[in-house]
Design a protein around this ligand. Sequence first.
Ligand code: NDP
Length: 315
Amino acid sequence: MAYEAAERVHCLIIGSGPAGYTAAIYASRANLKPVLYQGIQPGGQLTITTEVENYPGYPTGIQGPDMMIDFEKQAIRMGADIRFGLATKVDFSKRPYRVEIDEEKWIEAESVIICTGASAKWLGLESEQRLNGFGVSACAVCDGFFFKGKEVAIVGAGDTACEEALYLSKLCSTVHMFVRRGEMRASKVMQDRVLKASNIVVYWNTEPLEVIGGQKVEAVRVHNKQKDKEEIIPISAFFVAIGHQPNSDIFKGWIDMDEQGYIKTISGTAKTNLEGVFAAGDVQDKNYRQAVTAAGSGCMAALDAERYLSALESI
Ligand code: NDP
């Protein structure tokens, strides 16, 4: 691989959600002089959420974007070097490990902490792709505002779908919610809130087949599996909330992952199969996916990196 290493660092952190910033806080305090690249969405998924009520230490809740600004400020105060930039390629064939930033410069790192998170999944419909940005969205909190007073639809049945349906129900006249099975995966409390909302209509055993519209979303064609019946529902926006996939593509072939692309870590640690490369947050966690668990694993990654680097120095 042809490259010129521009800079060498002890600890390179890739990603800026709760995991990345927490790793940066701990690594700074351990004097590892971490450099953190924020990626294309500084602050990660919490920047596209609203109220966070379940992060300890905020008794009255906090807005997701505000929480991430606080995380960043704290990391900077501890001395972390926070930079805007995207890791575009890696070369983990030998130490120091190499990471390409913005397809233009290489960084050499004694240790790497991967905190690249996860991204929204799509249904895979041609019409969904064609109308993306023209009424099709994977973020109700980002785009719901544009459909104030209108009829909208959402697909999904997890906590995210429920949370977003409730958010939309406060802005829009009616929220049509498509659930592909006869039950929801979401927690009981979220399901109850959805079912109690007077302007959320839940369609059980129903899957969208096509988002209809030329320049913008006008309707959705859905199929009820139980009744084997199709229906066209007029809407102005179509929100997709069917889960996430890990942002791990650039690491494929270098470190061990499961079949969905989640990075494998050694149980009870943040260590990957490659010495000196650690992973934290949603990119290695498909079970918990909470801000607080991501932050906890970011802390573990920094402590593991510190131990690894101390052992290297004492050799
Ligand atoms: P989940 O994986 O929990 O749920 C995804 C949902 O989308 C499932 O109901 C699934 O259906 C449905 N789905 C998947 N593919 C399709 C498809 N092709 N067509 C139709 N429906 C589909 O993802 P979430 O993003 O909701 O949640 C992720 C994690 O984050 C969870 O652990 C959740 O508890 C947590 N979370 C917590 C929150 C909170 O505590 N405030 C808020 C939001 C998320 P099926 O059930 O049939 O598989």
